[in-house]
Design a protein around this ligand. Structure first.
Ligand code: XMP
Length: 319
């Protein structure tokens, strides 16, 4: 694609101009955005870049292993794998307000990056895969009062005292453009096609208080759901799909016994850029097969619902 080819060259030049000889750390989330940003910046400045992958304990099943393998082994980009799950889950203990969750996570991300910026020998820049929709959604509804929809952890709000300047080479791009750029940079198609995953991770798919028990149940249910979607050949038709575990237990029957377990909601949407979205029209066969599998295979869930809310008025995530 000639347009993306030109964009790539221009972006690389801009990064070099901005950064000079300084060191940069880049927060990797495992998602497409931060990965494309990292590969682009690595192409621009080589080993002046160190990636930091923060495992906040809110990742999906096998996610940490997959990301580390891809970056360290495949791309040979210097990578720090920071297991900070105790830190994050400790701070989130007892927190149920969505904005407090996001702010708590955002603040800890900054602390952890700052720590590692010092470790790599004084990084001056922090790179992020912020996209255009992140920028505008975090600012305001146009025309109205300045209402923040959600505080995206990777936009703004970086305390001055952090002492790191931002490098955000994707700030003008929409998701489909980031994917085209990833393709241009030679990232594997299977990786580029991955559904988006938010920085705050499973925290915002676990309304109410977050516990390790709920996260474990959520990871298992999500893995079964995504497996179902792949088996039915639907993964690429869907923009984003995930399970949210609800903060409510309901009564069920299993065999001769009564169960009292968590309910969950399946979410799947089609979208172009995440700004608006429609729920995906699964067949009833797919839904019932998936519900049966989740209830049989995931201990702790005895009820499955399907979220049929579009955006607006809903958001894609539950928090
Ligand atoms: P919502 O829920 O606002 O999500 O409709 C739109 C898209 O953005 C993702 N999302 C985030 N991504 N940090 C991120 O990197 C965040 O704080 C964040 N919040 C939402 C969400 O997964 C969806 O793709």
């Amino acid at each position: 694609d000639w347009t993306m080819g030109a964009y790539r060259e221009e972006a690389i030049q801009k990064i070099r101009d901005q950064v000079g000889g300084a060191k940069v750390i880049c927060g990797l989330s495992g998602g497409v955005d931060s990965s494309v940003a990292a590969v682009l910046i690595h192409e621009a400045i080589g080993d002046q870049l160190t990636c930091v992958f923060v495992d906040h304990g809110l990742l999906r099943q096998n996610e940490a292993e997959e990301v580390v393998a891809m970056f360290r082994d495949h791309y040979n980009i210097p990578l720090i794998h920071a297991d900070e799950s105790d830190l994050f889950l400790g701070a989130l203990d007892g927190v149920s307000d969505p904005e407090v969750k996001r702010k708590t996570i955002g603040k800890l991300f900054i602390d952890v990056f700052q720590k590692h910026a010092a470790e790599v020998g004084g990084a001056e820049f922090l790179a992020q895969g912020t996209l255009y929709p992140d920028v505008i959604e975090s600012v305001s509804f146009s025309g109205g009062p300045s209402v923040t929809i959600k505080s995206h952890h990777n936009v703004g709000g970086l305390p001055e005292k952090m002492g790191l300047k931002l490098v955000e080479p994707l700030r003008e791009l929409f998701k489909d453009e980031v994917r085209a750029l990833g393709h241009e940079l030679g990232l594997p198609a299977s990786f580029i096609g991955r559904h988006p995953f938010p920085g705050p991770g499973l925290a915002i798919r676990c309304p109410g208080e977050i516990t390790r028990e709920k996260l474990e149940i959520l990871r298992k249910a999500d893995a079964v759901y995504i497996d179902q979607i792949r088996r039915h050949g639907l993964y690429d038709e869907i923009w984003q799909a995930f399970v949210a575990i609800l903060p409510v237990r309901t009564v069920g029957v299993m065999g001769d016994g009564r169960t009292y377990d968590f309910a969950c909601a399946l979410r799947a949407v089609t979208s172009v850029d995440g700004m608006t979205a429609d729920y995906y029209p699964f067949s009833h066969d797919f839904l019932s097969e998936t519900a049966t599998r989740i209830i049989n295979e995931v201990k702790g869930i005895n009820r499955v619902t399907y979220d049929i809310t579009s955006k607006p008025p809903g958001t894609i995530e539950w928090e």
